[in-house]
Design a protein around this ligand. Structure first.
Ligand SMILES: [Zn+2]
Length: 256
């Protein structure tokens, strides 16, 4: 058996045992993970092992949901680059959890504002072309081959970096946290008070709560970019209060 298979089997089992949101499905998935590890490492397989005959995939959770194709599918720097409604974002997060191979083990969420561009520069929010442009800018100007996982605007929730892969958004948090960028410059009071900015923040809160509920992230693991000791930015904006923001995320979480 290949080393890669062993590594994937162990990682898969760790994620199921430590990052699973729905305990009812964790039991079945955990048994599958044990057998996969046994197969990958050539251990004796217990044929009497009582695997449930029911499917371990929660098909009902996303029904006939078809995920959109990634805009850029190849290395270096693949991006999803697609917009989701709140409802389809929930389905997508659940679909990814069941169908993509995670190459990292996320345990938290870090919130950002875009700052530049601000709301005035994106009067109609983002487009798919903007996602490609952001990728191009990160790649050619900053030398990144990953970016934040999510952008939100007043129209919805954009998945940028694949959710199953580590992103780049805050030096100290890249290894462990999803990055969510909300459109606007919330150091500026007009942008903060703009209803479009409020909607972008509200969509950011919804995205964070969804990752907590459906991607196994603890509700205690939300923070702001400005909590990164490696930055002197006020991100996600000096007018955004952390406690009030966190309270709103948690109040959304209980509705999911
Ligand atoms: Zn930031």
């Amino acid at each position: 058996m290949s080393e890669e298979l062993k590594e994937l089997a162990y990682k898969n089992r760790w994620i199921i045992n430590n990052r699973w949101a729905n305990e009812a499905y964790q039991v079945d998935a955990s048994q599958v993970a044990d057998r996969l590890v046994a197969l990958a490492t050539g251990q004796q397989i217990d044929t009497d092992s009582t695997l449930s005959s029911e499917s371990t995939v929660d098909v009902e959770s996303y029904g006939t949901f078809e995920p959109p194709e990634w805009q850029v599918k190849v290395e270096p720097f693949p991006i999803v680059g697609r917009r989701f409604t709140r409802d389809s974002f929930i389905k997508y997060v659940r679909w990814v959890k069941d169908n993509e191979t995670y190459t990292w083990a996320p345990s938290g969420i870090t919130m950002h504002h875009t700052g530049y561009p601000d709301l005035t520069m994106r009067p109609n929010g983002f487009t798919e072309q903007h996602m490609l442009n952001i990728r191009h800018g990160y790649f050619t100007q900053r030398g990144w081959n990953r970016g934040p996982h999510i952008f939100t605007d007043d129209n919805g929730i954009w998945v940028f970096n694949p959710l199953s892969a580590r992103g780049v958004h805050a030096v100290f948090f890249n290894n462990t946290r999803y990055g969510i960028e909300m459109l606007g410059n919330f150091d500026d009071l007009d942008e903060f008070r703009n209803p479009r900015g409020e909607t972008a923040r509200s969509n950011g809160m919804f995205a964070a709560a969804t990752l907590m509920r459906y991607a196994g992230i603890s509700s205690a693991k939300l923070n702001f970019h400005r909590h990164d000791p490696e930055t002197d930015k006020k991100c996600p904006g000096k007018h955004v209060d952390f406690s009030a923001f966190e309270d709103e995320v948690l109040s959304i979480l209980v509705t999911l």
